[in-house]
Design a protein around this ligand. Structure first.
Ligand code: OAD
Length: 236
């Protein structure tokens, strides 16, 4: 499969960060456990109870300081550094573990915990503090207008046109550690198939769209991804 591949699009989900100790969303220990999505991850929830929503994301942002990239993040960063063709790593994750591992050709389609969006000046700024304390916007200095720069349910993920173009122009689409439960990311495999692209899934168990993939490898991302990266790099 590798020989004809020039351009690659990779999609990652919470499973890629699970071995770093970041909770996934679904399943018994999932992040939504104890929280209803509609209480913490919608614009309506933020309008109704901003303090609850800010504290939920403040806790997740604080948790980032206690975790490190794992072998899967590191292997993907190595692939990015060495792959001569186009490569786009699209992550649904709002953690910064791909960034810290060194991935450069990276797009956070669901936003980032370490980014603040000011609803007064509409600017986004790097942010690693506590939003529930109502800090001033680093850009316009007004207080009381920052929200987590996270794509909530009912909002449009970032850079969809760029992702669609990359899918149309790639030769291989790889999905890692995502349950395939949330669109539009869950539909990328179908777009890739529509464009005649080879597709590979790596996940702990079959995702909801598993049957769309040409090949599925089941196991832990920290084992599967370094093996796959070694495989694909040996052919360049
Ligand atoms: P999920 O929690 O839905 O799925 C995580 C997937 O990773 C599951 O299929 C697990 O089996 C798998 N998994 C767990 N541990 C793994 C490991 N060590 N190695 C490989 N796979 C493993 O998370 P996502 O699919 O990322 O959106 O969820 C998608 C979106 O739903 C999130 O981005 C978030 C959420 O609502 C927003 O917040 C907008």
């Amino acid at each position: 499969m590798q020989r004809d591949i020039q351009n690659i699009v990779i999609l990652t989900g919470a499973g890629v960060s699970a071995e770093s100790g970041v909770a996934t969303f679904r399943g018994p220990d999932g992040l939504w456990e104890g929280h209803r999505v509609e209480d913490v991850a919608t614009p309506e929830a933020f309008a109704r109870d901003p303090d609850l929503v800010q504290k939920f994301y403040d806790a997740r942002r604080a948790k980032l300081r206690t975790v490190e990239p794992n072998a899967a993040h590191q292997a993907l960063a190595k692939l990015d550094a060495h792959w001569p063709g186009d490569l786009l790593l699209v992550t649904q994750n709002v953690d910064d573990l791909h960034d810290r591992a060194g991935s450069k050709r990276l797009l956070h389609m669901h936003g980032e915990l370490n980014s603040a969006w000011c609803l007064a000046c509409d600017e986004r700024s790097r942010f690693d503090g506590v939003m529930a304390d109502d800090p001033a916007c680093p850009h316009c200095q007004q207080t009381g207008h920052l929200r987590p720069d996270i794509v909530w349910f009912g909002e449009m993920p970032y850079q969809m046109e760029r992702i669609e173009l990359a899918l149309a122009q790639c030769d291989l689409f790889v999905s890692i550690g995502t349950s395939g439960a949330v669109y539009p990311a869950a539909g990328f495999v179908q777009s890739a198939r529509h464009y005649g692209v080879q597709t590979l899934e790596m996940n702990l168990d079959p995702s909801e769209g598993s049957f769309h993939f040409h090949e599925s490898r089941m196991g832990r991302a920290g084992d599967l991804v370094p093996d796959w990266v070694a495989e694909i790099l040996q052919d360049i």
